[in-house]
Design a protein around this ligand. Structure first.
Ligand code: HEC
Ligand code: HEC
Length: 296
């Protein structure tokens, strides 16, 4: 029997070492895949995954991991047994080896290891008048919008075909354009987060977005919806736009001006102060030409 014990120890030794990662490994994985959302004052459900203390504390619903419990809420989210699956911006989700590592860490009682990861550095918010780039607004979309507006949507499919999980998706829009670079008033994203257009977003609010987030998104659109390098988005000539709101000028809804010409089909021409709807097409110069204009 002595021989067997030696063999077992030899097998179990390296296996154990391999199966009990410390928070250095788990934290590095979380930093890569989770922390863009699960950090800062607006971390979803108050769950901070950028420090060991935050991971152990859990969310506003309580702990998300329990030592030795393979059915812990966090593990269920990684395996897709609880929805929406995490990371929320997947697919791709974690691969089986990565999930196994987090499982092994939980089964081993969440050892801290010798590395203490500090809280994720918060990106400095641009002050009013400063340039606002995509990375300044990206976390707002990721934290507040993509649980519905992505392929991982808890509604099944993203509503109105609208995905908001990448710069390309935000600029492309869904069934119609939602960001017209340079023109926040004409951008349904801004209209929805302010409540100018119904239903107000996020759809599961209140709470609505903080004033500061609304300002950042407005400034980002007004500055031409620049990418991380500061390059403005191209004008989406030919894209379709729909506006429903209050007529504030002869050809203006809620402050968003458009062009009415001989080609515009006008039904029940609305008067200023009336509820109106405009369906139009973006022109190469960024203006919007109305194809249909009517009272609602
Ligand atoms: C793109 C943003 C984003 C990323 C990345 C992300 N999450 Fe989440 N997570 C959320 C949001 C939003 C919710 C709340 C979903 C809801 O309201 O149903 C959430 C919820 C959770 C919950 C549920 C908490 C509870 O109280 O039930 C867990 C656990 C979780 N996330 C773990 C993770 C882990 C682990 C990762 C990385 C592997 C991760 N998340 C990556 C946005 C994200
Ligand atoms: C809980 C799910 C949910 C969340 C979270 C959510 N939305 Fe929505 N969104 C919807 C639904 C449902 C609709 C369709 C509503 C309708 O018009 O009837 C919609 C519609 C929209 C539209 C209109 C699209 C169009 O083509 O007219 C925009 C723009 C929008 N959402 C932006 C956002 C933004 C920005 C956020 C985050 C700040 C957000 N949504 C968060 C569910 C959600």
């Amino acid at each position: 029997m002595r021989g067997l014990a030696v063999v077992l120890a030899a097998v179990a030794g390296p296996l154990c070492a391999q199966q009990s990662p410390g928070f250095a490994e788990v934290g590095a994985l979380f930093a890569e895949r989770c922390v863009i959302c699960h950090s800062g004052a607006d971390a979803p459900l108050g769950l901070h995954l950028d420090t060991l203390a935050g991971v152990l504390k859990g969310s506003e619903n309580g702990p998300v991991i329990v030592a030795g419990d393979g059915a812990s809420a966090l593990l269920q989210r990684l395996r897709g047994e609880a929805e929406p699956q995490m990371p929320l911006d997947g697919p791709p989700f974690l691969d089986p080896a990565q999930i196994a590592m987090v499982e092994a860490w939980v089964m081993a009682g969440m050892p801290g290891g010798d590395v203490a990861l500090g809280p994720a550095p918060e990106r400095k918010r641009p002050a009013p008048g400063e340039p606002v780039l995509w990375p300044d607004v990206e976390p707002i979309f990721l934290k507040a919008c993509i649980k519905c507006h992505s392929d991982n949507s808890k509604l099944g499919a993203p509503p109105e075909g609208l995905r908001l999980d990448s710069l390309e998706a935000v600029l492309k829009g869904g069934d119609r354009l939602v960001v017209l670079p340079g023109n926040p008033e004409m951008s349904e994203v801004w209209r929805r987060i302010t409540g100018l257009a119904d239903p107000r977003m996020p759809f599961d609010g209140p709470p609505w977005l903080p004033e500061e987030d609304i300002r950042l998104i407005r400034d980002w659109i007004a500055q031409g919806a620049p990418d991380a390098a500061g390059a403005k988005a191209p004008i989406p000539a030919g894209a379709r736009i729909r506006l429903r709101g209050i007529l504030t000028g002869a050809a203006e809804i809620d402050g968003a001006a458009f062009v009415i010409d001989d080609g515009t089909r006008v039904d029940d021409r609305p008067r200023i102060g009336d509820e109106a709807e405009m369906r139009g097409v973006v022109q190469p110069d960024g203006s919007v030409r109305a194809e249909r204009f009517r009272d609602r």
